[in-house]
Design a protein around this ligand. Structure first.
Ligand code: HEM
Length: 555
């Protein structure tokens, strides 16, 4: 019988008054022992259940993973140690060659990576797997605070993605030319100034151009007039650089001074973002404007329409989330757009014949246009083809990554990828694969995105973005839709595809139309670079950070 129950029954018995104090203390000791035993048993059962569940999941993972082809693990710790010495894309390239279009790689006994190289299966996977790796969301969260655009779970980002996509692709696209032209004028003025110093660094300049283009898009004129933009750009890049490192700690490293220094930088960045948002709101109130009535979106999509400055100051949740979204978007946009601009500049200096043809195209398009001040980028197919080809040969990142956090992923081919496994698409392998791109897949050739036609008038089948060019031989080139090739993935695809694709390509086209009309871009003599960079899997840093000269044209 329960000792506590015995004690209560004895308490009803009058003779129990003579129970000695010794018996009472023995009873209390027994009772304590009983309670401790019960607690230990419950803990043991819970821990055993928890461990068995984990073990069951591990066996299930191993069992499901056995059916996916791939190289055996080099050690108990998987490929993790090997990958620090060898490039992951090279390892995946060898594995795909040996094991086919879907391969697995053990990163650790619990961490399975599945790589897919076949374009049709990739499309299917990118549609079905809607979550991103938890580490990515954690890094964004640590650096920029709560964000509803780059979180790992799809449920958290779905609605904000939609509102941003409609803002960028519906409301702003009509005015994308105008926004880019304003930003480009600003960039060109800075470029004129910098050229007095001689050459400029390609990588830094590209990043700055991307930052200005995006800032003007989100904040409009206010951004272009904002005095703190230079310090903001530096701080944004500093914060972004170390985000993954600090996020990789599973416990916050509060004992490290470096971590607190990093947190201070993050706070400073947030204050600056708030300052910029407030400048925008003041400007809007002063001009009695609707959000987005100015050139850019005036942070309207983030701040939600009709929120006044006082409200913004009072509603911390709205402000924190909006700031997180603005900072993460600026970071993602700057890094990717800067990379694309950098890559394009370098391709143009190493392929002067293409630069020359784009210049002829710009002059011809301008001659046929009524508005001489606005570059008519729709009439420049070679320029668009160069953008797509640059994005193809050197994508913004080596991998597209996804995961399905809750459910196993069943592919039509019969392969089942267990929940929680890391799914990756090796971008350089897919985008330079001979079977999708032909024998010259490794070469930079923008003409692969153009088809020749003898007709000089526009075909009725052309879509809006398709334009035509008459070159010296009077033949016409028509731009193909790059997204028709399932192996074209610089902006991803499926549920988490980039929402900025249309907008950013329009902006970059406007930027280069103005830039190449006014300048011929050359490598500074003596600047070190491969004259024809190859698309090997490790990008050449020499190639990416060369010194350039912008020589003014005599138009
Ligand atoms: C050259 C420039 C850019 C490139 C190459 C690029 C590329 C990408 C890629 C590869 C992804 C992941 C797609 C996937 O996993 O399927 C992505 C996501 C995203 N991009 Fe971009 N991007 C660029 C510029 C921009 C710009 C300018 C914006 C907005 C102004 C933007 C907004 C986004 C957003 C919001 C996501 C996150 C989608 C999500 O996680 O659900 N991107 N981008």
């Amino acid at each position: 019988m329960n000792p506590f129950l015995c004690f209560v029954l004895q308490a009803w018995n009058p003779s129990s008054c003579q129970v000695s104090s010794m018996e009472t203390s023995r009873f209390l000791r027994d009772y304590a022992v009983w309670e401790i035993n019960a607690f230990l048993w419950i803990s043991l059962i819970t821990i055993t259940y928890f461990l068995s569940y984990k073990l069951f999941k591990l066996f299930k993972l191993w069992n499901q993973a056995c059916k996916i082809p791939g190289p055996p693990s080099p050690s108990f710790y998987g490929y993790f140690t090997t990958l620090s010495k060898q490039n992951l894309t090279e390892v995946l390239s060898d594995s795909h060659e040996e094991y086919g279009s879907i391969v697995k790689l053990w990163l650790s006994p619990k961490q399975l990576l599945v790589s897919i190289k076949e374009p049709e299966i990739i499309k299917e996977m990118l549609l079905k797997a809607k979550d991103k790796l938890p580490l990515t969301g954690k890094a964004f969260n640590l650096a920029f605070g709560r964000s509803t655009l780059f979180a790992s779970s799809f449920d958290k980002v779905e609605s904000r993605r939609e509102s941003l996509a409609s803002e960028l692709n519906v409301r702003l696209l009509d005015r994308a030319n105008l926004i880019a032209t304003k930003a480009v004028d600003h960039i060109m003025a800075e470029l004129h100034q910098n050229m007095t110093k001689g050459s400029i660094n390609c990588k830094m300049t590209s990043q700055h151009m991307a930052f200005t283009l995006l800032g003007a898009t989100i904040f409009g004129d206010t951004f272009l007039a904002w005095l703190k933009s230079t310090i903001y750009e530096e701080l944004l890049m500093m914060v972004a650089k170390d985000a993954c490192f600090w996020a990789s700690y599973s416990v916050i490293p509060f004992w490290k001074q470096g971590f607190w220094r990093y947190r201070r930088l993050c706070t400073e960045l947030k204050w600056l973002t708030q300052d910029l948002v407030q400048q925008c709101s003041k400007y809007r109130q002063y001009r009695h404007m609707e959000p987005s009535a100015n050139l850019g979106m005036e942070a309207g999509v983030f701040l939600q329409d009709n929120i006044s400055l006082q409200e913004i100051n009072g509603r911390h949740n709205v402000r924190d989330e909006s700031c997180g979204n603005i900072m993460s978007l600026l970071f993602h946009g700057c890094l990717t757009t800067g990379g694309l601009i950098n890559n394009m500049l370098m391709r143009l200096v190493t392929h002067p014949e293409i630069q020359h043809k784009i210049y002829s195209e710009i002059i011809m398009a301008k001659k046929g246009s009524e508005d001489k001040a606005q570059p008519v980028v729709e009439k420049m197919p070679l320029l668009w083809a160069t953008i797509y080809e640059s994005a193809r040969v050197m994508p913004a990142g080596p991998l597209l990554q996804r995961c399905s956090l809750k459910h196993d992923l069943r592919l039509k081919s019969g392969v089942i990828v267990p929940a929680g496994a890391i799914l990756v698409v090796p971008m350089q392998l897919v985008q330079t694969d001979d079977s999708s791109w032909g024998n010259d897949a490794g070469k930079f050739n923008p003409y692969r995105f153009l088809s020749k036609t003898e007709k000089t008038s526009a075909s009725p089948n052309m879509d809006a973005s398709i334009a035509e060019l008459k070159d010296q031989r009077k033949c016409t080139f028509v731009l193909k839709d790059p997204n028709k090739n399932p192996a074209f993935l610089p902006f991803g695809s499926g549920a988490r595809a980039c929402v900025g694709q249309k907008f950013v390509t329009q902006g970059v086209a406007t930027l280069f139309a103005s830039l190449l009309e006014q300048y011929e871009v050359r490598l500074r003599s003596g600047s070190k670079t491969n004259s024809k960079p190859s698309t090997n899997y490790s990008m050449s840093q020499d190639f990416l950070s060369s010194e350039l000269v912008f020589a003014r044209r005599n138009n």
